[in-house]
Design a binder for this molecule. Structure first.
Ligand SMILES: CC/C=C\CCC/C=C/C(=O)SCCNC(=O)CCNC(=O)[C@H](O)C(C)(C)COP(=O)(O)OP(=O)(O)OC[C@H]1O[C@@H](n2cnc3c(N)ncnc32)[C@H](O)[C@@H]1OP(=O)(O)O
Length: 248
């Protein structure tokens, strides 16, 4: 039925490095241009981890030019996913904090494996950083304003039952059924004529996407100023050190 599977593969935690973002955009573009494909299942090849989100090492101790390039790539992936003409189904087979969660929120439907470890949410505040307005918009459009406000301020990571309750995911299924469920949901979405579904998706999503499109450069400048602050660099270093020391 013309369904591709994109499996994120950047061990150990599928962090969204510049290279991963760039490859993801290229893969999506190819699929969008190949009319034999109408849908994509986005999933992970890393056991227990859908994606650890943006790659913290890309945002720490690098040059301004690097931060600008990185942030443009983050914007690009979000825009491509959010406005994709393809049906996108996230088969979430692991934990998905921050950018990992965002990626799944851009999909049309989310199936999450029922494992209490597989938390998801926008936890940026816990790192001492702030989810950008378009991350916030994506969450608000999924779970509503009040739930998003509480989740964003507290940096909440929701276990599966809670994620389902607040509408962050559409279905929670046993781990071994995530892929088959995503496939059967895909069949349901593909039963709708493409042009009508695509126009409707665009109607729902374009106003949100346009807010970023109209001010992409300003958004990059804002990111540069924010991420370059000594206090933010320090917060990121402390967070990364904590992650590294966990093992020791
Ligand atoms: C104006 C706007 C400004 C800024 C906006 C920025 C928006 C940011 C969005 C983000 O996505 S920030 C990233 C948020 N992500 C997280 O908080 C997740 C952090 N990681 C974890 O919680 C865990 O690693 C895990 C995903 C639950 C996996 O745990 P596990 O025990 O399996 O692995 P471990 O913690 O030992 O990690 C292995 C290895 O990977 C490194 N790591 C983990 N996450 C990241 C990451 N996001 N980026 C880069 N590297 C990461 C970790 O340090 C370990 O490295 P080591 O092997 O060298 O020790």
């Amino acid at each position: 039925m013309g369904v591709a599977v994109i499996k994120l593969k950047n061990p150990p935690v599928n962090s969204l490095s510049l290279e991963v973002l760039t490859e993801f955009v290229i893969s999506l573009e190819k699929l969008e241009n190949d009319k034999t494909f109408r849908g994509v299942i986005v999933t992970s090849d890393c056991p227990g981890i859908f994606s650890a989100g943006l790659d913290l090492t890309e945002m720490c101790g690098k040059s301004q030019a690097h931060y600008a390039e990185y942030w443009r790539a983050v914007q690009e992936l979000w825009l491509r996913l959010y406005l994709s003409n393809l049906v996108l189904i996230a088969a979430i087979n692991g934990v998905s904090p921050a950018g990992g969660c965002l990626m799944s929120l851009t999909c049309d439907y989310r199936v999450l494996a029922d494992n209490p470890k597989y938390n998801m949410g926008l936890n940026e505040t816990l790192l001492g950083i702030v989810a950008p307005s378009w991350f916030k918009d994506t969450l608000v459009n999924t779970v509503g304003h009040r739930t998003a406000e509480r989740a964003l301020q507290l940096g909440l990571l929701f276990p599966p039952a809670e994620a389902l309750r607040v509408g962050m995911v559409d279905q929670v299924v046993p781990e071994d059924q995530v892929h088959s469920t995503a496939l059967s949901v895909m069949a349901q979405w593909l039963a709708v004529p493409d042009h009508a579904r695509q126009l409707t998706k665009n109607l729902m999503r374009k106003p949100t996407a346009d807010r970023l499109v109209k001010q992409r450069d300003a958004d990059i400048q804002y990111f540069l100023r924010f991420i370059s602050r000594d206090s933010i660099q320090k917060s990121l270093r402390v967070y990364l050190d904590k992650l590294r020391q966990k093992k020791g």
